[in-house]
Design a binder for this molecule. Structure first.
Ligand SMILES: Cc1ncc(COP(=O)(O)O)c(C=O)c1O
Length: 459
């Protein structure tokens, strides 16, 4: 892995500022340059093969090198490489994809607003919430509730909604109008002797208290990933969403479903909201919408909100929001083909058929001395490493146990992502049971090596 740097790597080292990277260390190891991919595998410039256990960043759901997607992109680039949606213009792929999304949506949706990313989709969600409340004469109803450990993006507002310290520290965030409520993670936040049901009751009560303290008439919406992704793959307790939605409904606070990771079959249903019994009013999608072959995000908007936007436009003369690349024809054409493939290849049935293998292998890992908890929803999972299993004691973050394990795993030919000390897994949905077993065999080796490293370091 730490082979001498090729010319390409040397150039890259000097020119790319790597996101979410310990910038002070990258000079020691150099970046891993990924050169090509096929199916669930990617290959670096040294010729090493890796099972991509994270679908890149939870997004390449159909794996790499899918000829049908490449062909769809190629044809669109030839026909119309760019056009936009401003001023009443449009493109056929954008309309076709919007129609398809309306058909698939888990709740009634009237229109689709396009962006290029998940962050832009969630940022748009907040702007819509504010605009809507101004339009209907509720200018005070503006705050947005999010959760500790949530991840909603990196723009100023979505990083504010994100509930992770590294996204706030020294960026002068969070902005105001953002409230963070409890993280629905029983293993980490349940109190001594508290049952999961008691934990649920407590965090629902905390939400109620927060709303009453702030005043329900100052809060527009709550945003939630059905299953929290980048915060450590956290699956809320059963009954969580119906319970919090009852509280939100009492105060006319609507729920924004952030389906950027969980949408498109990932959790064993088309939508994470279906899996988690959540009833969002609006929805954000991105990532697997195009299987990441082209950048695209979207906000799915219900009719009652569209009516207000239209009425406001009649007053102002326009709807003053839009991105140059929102609904890029390349992204939309690839999106249309991606959804078609999910259906024609019955990816949902495939996911459901391999989830038992995924869960069985995760369950086996739970016995490992370093593993505190394993968790999953469909084909997205997390393996939390701890210093003391019985006490659930975490390692000191600076020890870098999770990142070390992930690096050791790369040495065995597989890629996961260390979210602190939780190893995240989100393999391409086309992975076979055999390939999943190989991935887990490699994880077991990496965990054993990490255990040796931990004891040698005296951690
Ligand atoms: C749930 C969720 N929302 C939003 C985002 C932000 O998406 P993007 O990185 O495309 O801006 C992410 C990215 O990982 C995400 O996981």
């Amino acid at each position: 892995m730490n082979a001498p740097l090729s010319n390409l790597q040397t150039r890259d080292l000097a020119s790319v500022l790597h996101p979410y990277t310990p910038l002070h260390k990258i000079h020691e190891t150099g970046p891993m340059i990924i050169d090509h991919g096929k199916g669930v595998f990617v290959y670096d410039t040294q010729g090493n093969e890796y099972i991509e256990g994270m679908s890149g960043l939870w997004c390449a759901g159909l794996g790499f090198g899918d000829e049908e997607l490449v062909q769809a992109a190629h044809e669109q680039m030839q026909a119309l490489p760019y056009y936009h949606q401003f001023g009443g213009k449009g493109t056929e792929p954008a309309i076709e994809l919007a129609e398809k999304l309306k058909e698939l949506a888990p709740v009634p949706i009237s229109k689709v607003f396009y962006t290029s990313s998940g962050s832009e989709a969630n940022d748009t969600q907040v702007k819509l919430a504010w605009y809507y409340n101004n339009a209907i004469g509720r200018p005070e109803k503006k705050k947005i509730i999010s959760r500790i450990k949530a991840y909603h993006g990196v723009t100023l507002m979505t990083a504010s909604l994100t509930g992770l310290p590294a996204n706030h520290r020294d960026f002068d965030l969070p902005l105001d109008r953002v409230l963070h409520t409890d993280c629905p993670h029983y293993y980490r936040f349940g109190e001594g002797g508290e049952s999961e049901a008691e934990f649920l009751t407590r965090i629902v009560q905390n939400l109620r208290d927060l709303i009453e303290r702030e005043g329900g008439d100052t809060i527009a919406a709550m945003i939630a990933e059905p299953v929290l992704g980048a915060g450590g793959v956290i699956v809320p307790p059963a009954g969580y969403y119906p319970a919090i939605q009852e509280v939100l409904d009492e105060h006319d606070i609507y729920l924004i479903g952030d389906e950027v990771i969980t949408g498109m079959c990932r959790t064993g249903n088309w939508w994470g909201s279906e899996t988690m019994n959540m009833k969002p009013t609006t929805i954000s999608v991105a990532k697997q919408l195009t299987s990441a072959y082209a950048p695209l995000g979207a906000v799915l908007i219900p009719e009652f909100m569209v009516e207000v936007l239209e009425a406001q436009s009649a007053k102002i003369g326009t709807f003053g929001h839009g991105f140059t690349y929102g609904g890029h024809p390349l992204g939309c054409a690839v999106g249309v083909k991606t959804l078609e493939i999910y259906q024609s290849r019955n990816i949902l049935a495939h996911v459901r058929s391999i989830v038992p293998t995924f869960e069985a292998r995760l369950a086996k890992l739970a016995d490992h001395p370093l593993v505190g908890e394993v968790r999953n929803s469909g084909l997205v999972g997390g393996i939390e490493l701890v210093a003391d299993k019985a006490q659930k004691t975490p390692f000191a973050p600076a020890a870098g146990v999770g990142p070390t394990c992930s690096r050791l795993l790369e040495g065995h030919g597989a890629i996961s992502r260390a979210l602190g000390d939780t190893l995240a897994l989100c393999p391409p949905m086309v992975i076979t049971a055999d390939q999943l077993n190989t991935l887990f065999d490699r994880i077991e080796k990496a965990l054993d090596e990490t255990e040796h490293w931990v004891s040698n370091e005296g951690l």
